[in-house]
Design a protein around this ligand. Structure first.
Ligand SMILES: Nc1ncnc2c1ncn2[C@@H]1O[C@H](COP(=O)(O)OP(=O)(O)OP(=O)(O)O)[C@@H](O)[C@H]1O
Length: 289
């Protein structure tokens, strides 16, 4: 399986912005804000709303070919951040660019460069992975045979048995469906991949299959990856750099070693997280898994 950038992406990739050290910047997020109105009382006829910021002034850059982790407990703003970066939510303030293209102004071009995988992936559950993926391929304007070959090879690489390719999705476990969602995201050969909790709820073997695939995407296929998780070992294993998010704000960013060092000698990444955010990631994460 080869993930070559689609022709439309070539123009964007030929003039990639660079950071101060001369490295190519794949993703640039500046002062991003996204809030939601929540009902906070009042009456049926006169409800009262309060505005709360799910993402509150987040700034960071991801270099081409990096795996960048966003680590935070439930409700800290990870999915909202990913959705705003992938054109699914319009930011209230701030700016996101993908290889120099603005996610709001250049939405169509950005969509050709990136894809997102999340636990809420929508499928026609009565259809098989093959039928679902061929339907998506048609929407993307991809050649049927190329799409089928690519999807099957990704699914086998993720440890799914070929037989399952032809069985209804509704008969599959959540982990298997998650693998189908990953295969669908790679139909378009995205150069930027946003993985929103890609291994949440998976058994250890499936978790390892997905993690190895993520590393392969970076190492072999030159993909730039953002991965959200509340799994500390996963973040340490996969990510070149990690940001800790809490209450919609980034409270620290660095390599796993740099973050551990912030907490002091002999401390773990988990110690660093608790010290910097005042939250216990393990306890909150377990509510979900
Ligand atoms: N569509 C929405 N309408 C109202 N509030 C929302 C909406 N989406 C998210 N929120 C709120 O924004 C905050 C951040 O939610 P978000 O889903 O981004 O967190 P998360 O870190 O991805 O959590 P989890 O790990 O549970 O997926 C939460 O308080 C959540 O209730």
């Amino acid at each position: 399986m080869t993930l070559n950038a689609p022709p439309e992406a070539s123009a964007a990739l030929s003039s990639v912005p660079r950071d101060l050290t001369g490295r190519e910047v794949a993703i640039d997020v500046q002062q991003l804000v996204k809030g939601f109105r929540k009902k906070s009382g009042g009456t049926l006829l006169r409800p009262r709303f309060t505005e709360s910021r799910a993402v509150d002034g987040v700034t960071f850059q991801v270099r081409r070919g990096e795996i960048y982790g966003v680590l935070g407990p439930n409700g800290s703003g990870k999915s909202t951040l990913i959705r705003a970066m992938s054109t699914l939510l319009i930011p209230d303030a701030g700016r996101v660019t993908i290889f120099g293209l603005d996610v709001v102004c250049d939405e169509a071009q950005v969509r050709r460069l990136l894809n997102r995988v999340s636990v809420d992936a929508a499928f026609y559950k009565k259809l098989s992975p093959r039928e679902n993926l061929l339907y998506s391929a048609q929407l993307y304007g991809l050649d049927r045979h190329v799409a089928e070959e690519r999807a099957l090879s990704t699914l086998k690489r993720l440890g799914l048995k070929e037989k399952a390719f032809y069985e209804p999705l509704e008969e599959m476990s959540r982990g298997m469906q998650q693998k189908v969602a990953i295969a669908r995201a790679f139909l378009t050969s995205p150069v930027v991949v946003l993985l929103d909790e890609p291994t949440t709820g998976l058994d250890p073997k499936s978790r390892r299959d997905v993690q190895e695939f993520v590393l392969e995407l970076r190492d072999v296929h030159d993909a730039t990856i953002i991965l959200t998780t509340h799994d500390m070992p996963e973040a340490e294993r996969l990510c070149d750099r990690i940001a800790f998010i809490s209450g919609g704000k980034f409270v620290a960013e660095g390599t796993p070693d740099e973050l551990r060092a912030l907490a002091g000698p002999g401390k773990s990444l988990e110690d660093a997280f608790i010290e910097l955010t005042g939250e216990d990631l393990a306890e909150k994460g377990e509510e979900e898994t």
